[in-house]
Design a protein around this ligand. Structure first.
Ligand SMILES: Nc1ncnc2c1ncn2[C@@H]1O[C@H](COP(=O)(O)OP(=O)(O)OP(=O)(O)O)[C@@H](O)[C@H]1O
Ligand SMILES: [Mg+2]
Length: 244
């Protein structure tokens, strides 16, 4: 059960500066949208607005038909949104096992124990981590930790998944492998996804469409290849060079 995500006229001010500047964006249910932008362009802030951790100074956010955030006010709390996040630093709990990390959210939702353990076993099998449920994050490789982070998000059966540069610390081969896995998992579940990255190749590999964010404004929305016909745009050249 995925949801559409819609932002209308979202502006976020920090110390008098517009970190997001009149951002409007509609992501249909089941679409993966890549959000590409340089450091400081406002990507994480935009994710935090969708997740419900930041109330914008102007504008509204809708999930499906429901108004979840309005100017200055969180209408629906983050834990009520059924939106999962995969963080750059993964934010796994080091003192919990793999099983414990995945059980945490399901226990919070009062999922019965047997169903909980079945769901954990199924997703761990899907991401290739069967047999590692009793390990702690410190006893896993970087790629395995990454698999735990995506499994922890998906085991909740979220209506949407928000990714904040989850692969930026991995080598190229592992990145390709995990991008392929993400694409498969999102496709199977038809989950709506917003994937933040500063790497044009990642944006192209994962996104149905790509939004380019520059100093808090959306300056392009569409297929990344469409930029080939707009080399005049200041950011387009840099992106196209990275794509090779
Ligand atoms: N709580 C805050 N207080 C003040 N300024 C903030 C706060 N959060 C973010 N900013 C500023 O807002 C701008 C956008 O930050 P944001 O974290 O959204 O960028 P980003 O695109 O995710 O960057 P990166 O790629 O480095 O993660 C930055 O200039 C940052 O310094
Ligand atoms: Mg960020």
């Amino acid at each position: 059960m995925s949801t559409s995500i819609q932002l209308d006229g979202v502006t976020v001010l920090r110390q008098g500066r517009k970190v997001l500047d009149d951002v409007s964006l509609a992501i249909p249910a089941s679409e993966t949208l890549s959000l590409l932008g340089s450091s400081g362009s406002g990507k994480t802030t935009l994710l935090r607005v969708v997740a419900g951790f930041v109330a914008p100074h102007l504008g509204v956010v809708r999930l499906g038909d429901a108004l979840v955030t309005e100017r200055g006010r969180i209408v629906l709390a983050p834990e009520e949104r059924d939106v999962a996040m995969v963080f750059q630093d993964l934010a796994l709990w080091p003192h919990l096992t793999v099983h414990g990390n995945l059980a945490f959210g399901l226990d919070g939702k009062k999922v019965p124990r047997t169903e909980r353990d079945d769901r954990i076993a199924a997703i761990l099998a899907r991401v290739g981590l069967s047999g590692k449920e009793r390990r702690h994050p410190g006893e896993l490789s970087g790629g395995e930790r990454q698999r735990v982070a995506i499994a922890r998000a998906l085991v909740l059966d979220p209506r949407a998944v928000l990714f904040d540069e989850p692969l930026s610390n991995l080598d190229v081969g592992l990145k390709q492998e995990l991008l392929a896995l993400f694409r498969e998992l999102l496709g199977e579940r038809r989950a709506t996804a917003l994937y933040v990255t500063h790497d044009p190749r990642e944006a192209q590999a994962l996104g149905d469409r790509t939004a380019v964010l520059d100093e808090g404004r959306i300056v392009h929305l569409g297929r990344i290849d469409d930029l080939r016909s707009r080399p005049d745009l200041p950011f387009a050249r840099m992106i196209l060079e990275a794509l090779g």
